[in-house]
Design a binder for this molecule. Structure first.
Ligand SMILES: *[C@@H]1O[C@H](CO)[C@@H](O)[C@H](O)[C@H]1NC(C)=O
Ligand SMILES: *[C@@H]1O[C@H](CO)[C@@H](O)[C@H](O)[C@H]1NC(C)=O
Ligand SMILES: *[C@@H]1O[C@H](CO)[C@@H](O)[C@H](O)[C@H]1NC(C)=O
Ligand SMILES: *[C@@H]1O[C@H](CO)[C@@H](O)[C@H](O)[C@H]1NC(C)=O
Ligand SMILES: *[C@@H]1O[C@H](CO)[C@@H](O)[C@H](O)[C@H]1NC(C)=O
Ligand SMILES: *[C@@H]1O[C@H](CO)[C@@H](O)[C@H](O)[C@H]1NC(C)=O
Ligand SMILES: *[C@@H]1O[C@H](CO)[C@@H](O)[C@H](O)[C@H]1NC(C)=O
Ligand SMILES: *[C@@H]1O[C@H](CO)[C@@H](O)[C@H](O)[C@H]1NC(C)=O
Ligand SMILES: *[C@@H]1O[C@H](CO)[C@@H](O)[C@H](O)[C@H]1NC(C)=O
Ligand SMILES: *[C@@H]1O[C@H](CO)[C@@H](O)[C@H](O)[C@H]1NC(C)=O
Ligand SMILES: *[C@@H]1O[C@H](CO)[C@@H](O)[C@H](O)[C@H]1NC(C)=O
Ligand SMILES: *[C@@H]1O[C@H](CO)[C@@H](O)[C@H](O)[C@H]1NC(C)=O
Length: 699
């Protein structure tokens, strides 16, 4: 021991001092074995600690812990590593006497159930190089003594419930003379906690930083300009915050930057053109801020860009030219901006592209046959642009495609002949174009299809009965076309349907009684057609039906009993041949005025006038009451779900509470596991997410 070496010096005072030191060390510090056993007492007999026992022939002073599970020692038999990661440890750190582990290099307790705070004496681990307490339930603030861990190169306390601010004193003071501060650290991970306040400027004094991950906290203020001084910085993740201000221009000088995620903040202004100079850039995620101006034109100069997202901002000007030859791309999201461009000039053939959303921008041009070469695409959305021409048949060779949305463009021509080849398709929207011709029976092969929207086109001919094979359909909208012929009764086999809209066509014949099998249907719209006959009485079995519209047809006879038929407004049945029923605005089926002929006396006539008026008044009173009640309930539901008719529900949620989105939703849906998918909405899959406070969201 070093202190004993010094004690051999002749000077008496030194000897005395050394004895005192030794004495105090002996009394104050437990041996490593004792300290570990004392900590173990904290954890009522968890099986991880089975090996943490003292052999019969020794005692806690003599026994070595080096063979215990999770403990590693150096050659001298001193503990250098405690690694109990992924062991289900449930307890606190409070009874771990850090003063006993002066040679500890690595402490790894990630992914357990540790609670309580990070003890303030953790700074005693003065040789520590690696500290990982991530994915636990630790709370409280970051102890200032962390600043004593000058040797630490990785500090990871992410995914806990740490509150408070990131203290500027955790970092060196910038004079170069600092004795404390996280001088040596390279990886700084605190994402998904509850930290507030600003990112301190002093972070720029930890010159070796290569990774900063602070996503999913409540940080405010600007991105510190001093980050531009961290020349080794490779990964910068400060997403899902309330950061304001602009991106510091000098960030564009950090040549080693590979991964920059700034999404879901409140950043404004221009994105520095210099970001295009970063030759190693693989991820640039700028979505959901309020950036304006042009995108960096050379964003793919390095040829390594894999994931580029700028969606939901106010970018203007042209689509970056360097995207055209950016072969490395996997994901591109530029939707909801004012970017201009020509589809086939500005986007190349990307062999690895899986996800491309170019919706709601100002793109012109056509979908050329070369789109069929992007063989790995799973999602393609170019909705809300000015794309013309027809849909090339080649697009049906995108065998991995799950979502295709070309809605609200100026597409004409016919549906691709081989549309049935897109067998993985789960979402197809071609709504609001000028597509003509027939709905092909090949559509039957799209058996995974959850949502099919071909509305607002010029489709003609009949509805192919083979559509019954698409038996996962939840949303079927063929409205506003020129479809004619009968409604195939096989539609009744689409038992997963929740919304069915055939309105504004020229469909004739009767409403198939097989519709009664649509037990989960909530919205049915057959209005503005040429349907005849009576409404099948069996439709009163459609228990889920919340809204129905049959107006502007040639239907006759009584409304079926109960359910939606008695709660609807008469507008839902207006302009038909002769419908009757017990709702206001509709002729009652046992119409007194037509059956009560020859009622003689004045008194009888009075009854005939007064009774209907009173009953109608009474009935309408009740109906208005019910209507208001339902409306209020629906309104409340709508606002809670953050749901709007365009299906941009997830979106309002982002803005409603980002913390919820980033952490709880991902957690609640198990990272958007298919298991939690409850359907297909206007903007994609809908997931059910039950977050910890019990609220259930559709996202
Ligand atoms: C742990 O186990 C020992 C014996 O197996 C028992 O005496 C002790 O009460 C247990 N402690 C707890 C907290 O369960
Ligand atoms: C442990 O054992 C050693 C020798 O085997 C002995 O000197 C010492 O006093 C014991 N310590 C305790 C705390 O029992
Ligand atoms: C701790 O152990 C786990 C596996 O048991 C391992 O993945 C991890 O790298 C170890 N941590 C350190 C710091 O060596
Ligand atoms: C931290 O967690 C512990 C144990 O779960 C709890 O007793 C304590 O109240 C929490 N402290 C704060 C500030 O939330
Ligand atoms: C750092 O450690 C020294 C002793 O080594 C102690 O006096 C000081 O308070 C510690 N600093 C912090 C910030 O904990
Ligand atoms: C960057 O470092 C230089 C010198 O190292 C210093 O003068 C400057 O103030 C630092 N900039 C920021 C923003 O911290
Ligand atoms: C940038 O990265 C390269 C390769 O990883 C490395 O050799 C170089 O030292 C880094 N530059 C800086 C300034 O850290
Ligand atoms: C970016 O690259 C261009 C061309 O290589 C160069 O002229 C410009 O100075 C660079 N900008 C920065 C900030 O490095
Ligand atoms: C975004 O910035 C524009 C000006 O660039 C401003 O008009 C608009 O209100 C901002 N939007 C939000 C949501 O802050
Ligand atoms: C496409 O992906 C493969 C496999 O991941 C990879 O080897 C290849 O380099 C990628 N192509 C491009 C152009 O990046
Ligand atoms: C569609 O699939 C058939 C065979 O399943 C194949 O012969 C045809 O070439 C495919 N069409 C396209 C456009 O890929
Ligand atoms: C409805 O059907 C009748 C005859 O069945 C036909 O005369 C009429 O033109 C049709 N109306 C529409 C809008 O198709």
């Amino acid at each position: 021991m070093a202190s004993q070496g010094k004690c051999s010096l002749p000077a008496l005072y030194l000897y005395v001092a050394c004895m005192l030191l030794l004495f105090s060390w002996k009394t104050n510090s437990l041996s490593e074995t004792e300290a570990l056993l004392k900590w173990k007492e904290n954890f009522d007999n968890q099986s991880i600690f089975k090996s943490w026992v003292i052999p019969a022939q020794s005692n806690s002073t003599t026994a070595s812990p080096c063979q215990w599970r999770g403990i590693s020692c150096n050659d001298a038999g001193t503990v250098t590593e405690i690694n109990l990661s992924f062991t289900g440890l449930t307890g606190t750190l409070q009874n771990l006497d850090f003063s006993s582990f002066l040679n500890l290099l690595r402490l790894d307790l990630k992914t357990n159930k540790l609670s309580g705070s990070v003890p303030s004496n953790i700074g005693l681990l003065s040789k520590l190089q690696f500290l990982d307490l991530s994915t636990n339930d630790l709370n409280g603030t970051l102890p200032l003594s962390l600043a004593n861990l000058t040797q630490v190169y990785e500090l990871d306390i992410s995914r806990n419930n740490i509150v408070g601010e990131i203290d500027a004193r955790l970092f060196p003071d910038g004079t170069g003379q600092s004795r404390t501060g996280l001088i040596g650290f390279k990886n700084f991970l605190l994402q998904e906690n509850q930290l507030g306040g600003r990112i301190p400027e002093e972070i720029g004094n930890s010159k070796l930083l290569t990774l900063i991950a602070l996503d999913g906290n409540f940080l405010t203020g600007p991105i510190p300009a001093c980050l531009g001084n961290l020349s080794s910085l490779s990964i910068l993740r400060v997403a899902v915050y309330q950061l304001t201000g602009q991106i510091p221009a000098n960030i564009g000088t950090l040549n080693n930057l590979t991964d920059v995620r700034l999404f879901a903040n409140e950043l404004t202004g221009l994105v520095p053109e210099e970001l295009g100079n970063l030759s190693s850039l693989t991820v640039l995620h700028l979505a959901e801020n309020n950036f304006s101006g042009h995108l960096p034109q050379e964003v793919c100069r390095g040829g390594k860009l894999v994931n580029f997202s700028a969606s939901f901002n106010s970018f203007t000007g042209p689509v970056p030219i360097s995207l055209r030859d950016c072969q490395s791309l996997y994901r591109v999201r530029l939707e909801y901006n004012q970017l201009t461009g020509i589809l086939d000039r500005d986007f190349g053939v990307y062999p690895n592209l899986t996800y491309m959303d170019l919706s709601y921008k100002k793109l012109h041009g056509e979908v050329s046959p070369k789109w069929g070469q992007r063989q790995k695409l799973t999602l393609l959305k170019i909705a809300g642009n000015s794309i013309g021409g027809s849909i090339p048949d080649e697009i049906t060779s995108l065998s991995q495609l799950v979502e295709l949305d070309l809605s609200s463009n100026q597409l004409s021509g016919k549906l691709p002949e081989q549309i049935g080849n897109l067998t993985k398709l789960s979402f197809l929207s071609l709504e609001n174009n000028n597509i003509s011709g027939q709905i092909l029976e090949g559509i039957r092969r799209l058996s995974d299809l959850g949502s099919l929207d071909l509305s607002r086109n010029r489709l003609s001919g009949g509805i192919p009965y083979q559509i019954e094979d698409c038996n996962n359909l939840q949303n079927l909208n063929l409205s506003h076309n020129q479809l004619n012929g009968k409604i195939p009764y096989q539609i009744g086999n689409l038992v997963a349907l929740q919304a069915l809209d055939f309105s504004y066509n020229s469909l004739s014949g009767e409403i198939p009684s097989q519709f009664a099998k649509l037990a989960t249907l909530e919205n049915l719209n057959l209005s503005h057609n040429n349907l005849t006959g009576t409404i099948p009485a069996s439709l009163s079995n459609m228990v889920s039906l919340r809204s129905i519209s049959l107006s502007h047809n040639s239907l006759e006879g009584p409304l079926p009993d109960g359910s939606v038929f008695s709660s609807s407004n008469s507008d839902a049945f207006a302009n038909n041949k002769d419908l009757c029923g017990e709702i206001r605005g509709l002729r009652p089926c046992n119409d007194v005025s037509s059956t009560g002929k020859g009622s003689g006396s004045k008194k009888n006539r009075l009854v005939l006038i007064v009774v209907p008026i009173v009953s109608v008044l009474f009935l309408s009173f009740v109906l208005v009451g019910i209507f208001l009640l339902i409306r209020r309930r629906n309104l409340r539901k709508v606002s809670k779900d953050g749901y709007n008719s365009r299906g941009e529900k997830s979106f309002s949620l982002w803005y409603f509470n980002r913390k919820i989105v980033y952490e709880d939703i991902v957690k609640a849906t198990n990272n958007f596991d298919q298991m939690y998918s409850i359907g297909i909405g206007g903007s994609g899959k809908v997931y059910k997410a039950e977050i910890e406070d019990g609220n259930v969201f559709a996202i």
